[in-house]
Design a protein around this ligand. Structure first.
Ligand code: ZN
Length: 396
């Protein structure tokens, strides 16, 4: 039986939180520049009785609420940043900043958690410590993103959390559907830059040059064997050569060639293997063509791994709130990446998806697309979900 009374209660606040979501959407801010958003969140949390600490990871902040004698502590995280994309939704609340857009729905994630903050503070049906984590720069794409910088500023030392949770919207899944997965759910994301150095020369005299273009072409093909021949066929990995650059004139053999790759893996062993094979193949291929290879392997976001017990718990809360027919108990893993993975390396927890809707409108449009919009119907569902999760985790 869905917990309709809580949903109804939260829906009675819907107008306020949907307006807030649209306000944040209208004023998007890039990674580590979430000044206005951070001000807004701090003001709201302060008004509702949260103890607020700002300046964790730059624009990040934590709102803490303690009730009763309970010793348990819970962390719920929302991301706040937008993307360098020119919005073309044509919505009346679309971005007021040229070239900046909430194209990943972090406006909605922030509004859902703020909605929960308000309802939880009103109801006060818990005992323990609630830490609401508003994180900057999820989209930063490098290891020192918002999650890392908040942790470097002492997030979990100052605000110990027995478990942590976060939610992301997902277009293409029916609106409001809650999707869970135990273990690896999103991929580790690494970047590799390979530079091949040969000897430039005249295009008519290849025998007097060492051609890095032919070596690069061969290397692109050889790299395809890492996934097809080295990785266990039961495991998943992606090796994509997204950049291949060399030369600038048809009759000149260039001095060097450059490849840039993205690598996605779900397991530490597979990540090690892929890194090793890319490095070995690059050097061996280079040697066979008489060029030299420089391999710069840059590890990015870790794989996002949900803890078993916390995933069971988060799933039970979802079933209680919306009923089994709106819960996907074991979704498929995604090759995208997410810096909440770094927090999950330090604390057990669960990251879940909420369906943003399907179809051809802005809600079904994929994230990171100029036509995307967060589904406002999810604001009360997300807020009710976090409210119930907090009340169950910190049961009085
Ligand atoms: Zn996102």
């Amino acid at each position: 039986m869905p917990n309709t009374s809580l949903l109804e209660l939260v829906r009675s606040h819907s107008e306020e939180f949907i307006a807030l979501r649209r306000d944040i959407h209208h004023h998007p801010e890039l990674s580590f520049k979430e000044k206005r958003t951070s001000d807004l969140v701090a003001e709201k949390l302060g008004n509702w009785g949260y103890q607020v600490e700002r300046g964790l990871g730059g624009t990040g902040l934590v709102g803490q609420l303690k009730r009763g004698e309970g010793g348990k502590s819970l962390g719920i995280r929302a991301d706040m940043d937008a993307l360098p994309i020119q919005e073309n939704t044509g919505l009346k609340y679309s971005s007021c900043h040229s070239g900046v857009m909430h194209a990943c729905g972090h406006d909605g994630h922030t509004a859902m958690l703020l909605g929960a903050a308000r309802v939880i503070a009103d109801r006060a049906q818990f005992s323990g410590t609630l830490n609401l984590i508003f994180q900057p720069a999820e989209e930063f794409g490098r290891i020192d993103s918002g999650a890392t910088r908040m942790m470097n500023d002492g997030l979990f030392e100052k605000y110990p959390c027995d478990a942590i949770f976060a939610m992301h919207n997902m277009p293409g899944i029916p609106q409001g559907r809650l999707v869970f997965r135990k273990g690896p759910m999103m991929a580790a994301s690494d970047k590799v830059i390979i530079t091949l150095d040969g000897k430039g020369g005249h295009g008519a005299a290849p025998h007097k040059a060492v051609d890095p273009v032919v070596a690069a072409a061969s290397l692109v093909m050889a790299l395809q064997t890492v996934v097809s021949r080295n990785v266990d066929p039961i495991e998943a990995a992606v090796v994509t050569v997204g950049v291949l650059q060399a030369g600038s004139a048809n009759n000149v053999i260039p001095q060097s060639a450059r490849l840039e790759l993205t690598v996605r893996t779900f397991l530490p062993d597979v990540r090690e293997l892929v890194e090793r094979r890319i490095t070995e193949i690059s050097h061996a291929q280079a040697q066979s063509f008489g060029v030299t290879a420089q391999v710069d392997y840059q590890r990015g976001y870790a794989a996002l791994v949900n803890a078993p017990a916390e995933t069971d718990f988060a799933r039970e809360v979802a079933v209680e709130l919306v009923g089994t027919e709106r819960v996907v108990p074991e979704g498929i893993p995604l090759a995208g990446s997410e810096d909440f993975a770094f927090m999950l390396e330090k604390r057990p927890g669960c990251y879940l998806l909420i369906g943003n809707g399907d179809g051809s409108g802005p809600n079904g449009c994929m994230v990171h697309n100029p036509g995307f919009d967060f589904n406002d119907e999810n604001v009360p569902i997300g807020a009710a979900y976090w409210t119930l999760l907090a009340e169950r985790f910190l049961a009085a």
